[in-house]
Design a protein around this ligand. Sequence first.
Ligand SMILES: *[C@@H]1O[C@H](CO)[C@@H](O)[C@H](O)[C@H]1NC(C)=O
Ligand SMILES: *[C@@H]1O[C@H](CO)[C@@H](O)[C@H](O)[C@H]1NC(C)=O
Length: 185
Amino acid sequence: MFTNMLTYLFGLAMVAFRTQHVVPDLIDTVPPNLLQVKYPNGTVMLGNELTPTQVQNQPTVHWPTEVGALYTLAMLDIDVPNHTDRSDGNFKHWLSVNVPHSNVQFGYTLANYMSIHPPKGVGLKRYVFLAYKQARRIGGMDPDDSVDARINFDINAFAKQYDLGKPMAGNFFQAQWDESVGDDE
Ligand SMILES: *[C@@H]1O[C@H](CO)[C@@H](O)[C@H](O)[C@H]1NC(C)=O
Ligand SMILES: *[C@@H]1O[C@H](CO)[C@@H](O)[C@H](O)[C@H]1NC(C)=O
């Protein structure tokens, strides 16, 4: 009974993926598990607002894992250039593959965590974390932290290419410009 209630409440919470249109803007189904994301001064929780300062450095992440399995972790800005005009695709903020036990430090990082720089005047943007269980170890790719490699990143094509299936965990937050970002953009 208690477990049923928790499952029900969890389901309600995960509805945020639909109400804030991460489903279907990025993925077509709600991930079955919550991906825990903690920054030193802020926790990501299904669309809550965090400031660019709060998310400046790489967070700690956790998701339910199976012994011996490897996972892919991605963080994406899905509102590029902004929430009303998403024509520039998704921006890859972080991508790590072959991650055991959600220990990203033991995975193979293809793009290091990059802090966010939401432009001034465009309002809130959505930043999404996804974890996929891999069918096998992923090889044959070199890390690339350049902006060129980050823009217009298609996580669904990547998932298809490497047989990742659907994300098994997810979470997201929203953020907007503040003074810490500066006026460059
Ligand atoms: C944590 O973030 C909040 C919101 O930006 C801010 O008000 C607070 O001062 C921050 N606390 C620390 C210890 O940085
Ligand atoms: C979103 O970006 C487009 C293209 O740069 C721009 O024309 C539009 O004004 C922006 N919308 C908002 C709300 O900033």
